[in-house]
Design a protein around this ligand. Structure first.
Ligand SMILES: [Zn+2]
Length: 491
């Protein structure tokens, strides 16, 4: 019995050691690759067809691609969409409803600080419960470290957390220096596992010259060159093959012109309201008692003048814009290529291109490409939702997503088959367990067999001896009774 017990303990210890080492190997195998997200501001989904873009072409061939880009969120403005990308929430849920907005609780208007980042905005504007990816990364991963270069909103403290490294918005910094800094953050001791990189072009050029201008075409080429520079720097540091990289943007673009202006002063008296953000979505804050007349006047004018007016309660569900305290009592939304102006002449209107329109317009949609060890190669889909990016990032970093509006339904098509790899690991563990169990059983059976045989052998030797010596001894051995008792039987 002791031998069997020792054998069982030995098998269990062996099984434990093998499984422990296997789990450790599996954990190492499945530790997530670092992730870099790059946003080229205002890069429309169809810009890739405009000029030679060998680096983007390389990603399409060796990575994944949304042929018609992303369906972004309304309003299709910069801050709103950058915040939806990293939180997976619609504007009515995260509260950054436009680049400027009024918060009745804070009793202030939010204005991005642009060139004055030494000033600190009220933390209540961003810390609304929405959880950006760097917060998820740093709160959940023991070694989760994040780096942000100029990513909109990353300068704010959210859930008592800021990115481990953050370079604030500064248009005077060379793009190559920005990339060098990001690569350094990934490669230094205690390096980051998540990077977010923002470039302000081709947005600025499209506002100034229009999205169809040669200037924008040149900027698309420069974005591609910058991507090539990034590849070379990552490759020199042995990072390119091991990193997942997402290339996307916040919105597309539409032309603007002095011919397509809507003069709000023609329809409503400027003394009746204040306006927070006025084109192409005007947030109207009526003065007391003026809401009804403003709405009626704008409603009557909207029929033939290329805009739509909504009371807050009537904003369509599909815009996911209504249910937030920051949504103003009335919004007016210009048709694409149209813009509102107040208190100015057409000559003062300087924009050649704009964005912010209803996200139903495809021209408002940004591009999407990605590549890396977790992505399949050469996979294309038609389009998907911008809010799906956050759960995708969480999947890539193996994080539990915070509550969000996104889904993995489409983006999981991009990913290497995790089910198979999980199954492979599980099958490996199961196979090992079966081998150990069978081996253990065989060992126990062998020992038992040996013990039984040993006992049988003892009987056999005695029997042989009995045959030689006497029947009495044989009978005694068969009955397993001591010799003394046999003698006492008188046989
Ligand atoms: Zn933008």
């Amino acid at each position: 019995m002791l031998a069997i017990f020792v054998c069982l303990v030995f098998c269990l210890v062996l099984a434990f050691l093998l499984l422990a080492s296997n789990v450790s190997i599996s954990a190492e195998k499945t530790s997530s690759p670092p992730l870099l997200i790059i946003s080229y501001d205002g890069f429309r989904w169809d810009y890739l067809n405009r000029t030679r873009t060998p680096n983007f072409d390389h990603i399409i061939k060796h990575g994944v691609y949304a042929r018609r880009g992303l369906v972004n969120v309304f309003a299709t403005s910069t801050l709103t969409n950058h915040w939806s990308m990293v939180t997976g929430l619609y504007p009515e849920s995260h509260g950054i409803i436009d680049n400027h907005f009024f918060d009745p609780d804070v009793n202030k208007t939010y204005i991005p600080l642009y060139q004055n980042w030494s000033a600190v905005n009220d933390p209540r504007f961003y810390d609304t419960g929405a959880e950006p990816i760097w917060v998820t990364n740093q709160l959940q991963k023991e070694n989760g470290r994040s780096g942000s270069v100029m990513w909109w909103g990353a300068e704010n403290i959210v859930k008592n957390t800021r990115p481990t490294h953050h370079m604030p918005y500064n248009l005077t910094i060379e793009s190559t220096y920005i990339i060098d800094t990001m690569v350094k953050w990934f490669t230094q001791d205690s390096g980051i596992n998540l990077g977010l990189l923002y470039f302000s072009e081709p947005d600025h050029t499209a506002h100034q010259f229009g999205p169809d201008s040669d200037n924008v075409t040149q900027m698309i080429g420069k974005a591609d060159e910058l991507t090539g520079y990034l590849f070379r720097q990552l490759s020199r540091n042995d990072l390119l093959e091991d990193m997942n990289i997402i290339f996307t943007s916040d919105h597309g673009f539409a032309s603007a012109s002095k011919e397509n202006l809507i003069y709000l002063d023609k329809y409503i008296d400027p003394s009746w309201y204040t306006v927070i953000h006025y084109t192409p979505v005007a947030a109207i804050m009526p003065k007391p008692g003026k809401e009804d007349i403003i709405f009626e006047k704008l409603k009557a004018a909207s029929t033939d003048n290329h805009f739509t007016v909504y009371r807050k309660k009537d904003i369509p569900d599909r815009l996911r814009y209504r249910n937030n305290i920051r949504t103003p009592p009335i919004i007016i939304v210009a048709d694409i290529t149209y813009n509102f102006i107040t208190n100015m002449s057409a000559d003062q209107f300087k924009l050649a291109g704009n964005h912010g329109y209803d996200n139903k317009y495809e021209d408002m949609h940004p591009f999407f490409l990605a590549m890396g060890p977790s992505f399949k190669q050469g996979v294309e889909v038609e389009t998907f939702q911008m809010v799906d990016l956050y759960p995708l990032m969480c999947r890539l970093l193996e994080l539990q997503p915070a509550p969000n509006n996104g889904s993995l339904d489409v983006v999981s098509l991009f990913l290497q088959d995790q089910q198979n790899s999980i199954w492979t690991v599980s099958a490996y563990i199961l196979s090992l367990a079966v081998i150990i169990t069978l081996g253990g059983t065989f060992a126990v059976a062998s020992v038992w067999h040996y013990c039984q045989k040993h006992k049988s052998s003892e009987l056999g030797f005695g029997r042989t001896a009995a045959r030689i010596h006497s029947f009495k001894d044989i009978n005694a051995q068969y009955k397993l009774i001591p010799d003394e008792e046999a003698h006492d039987d008188g046989l």
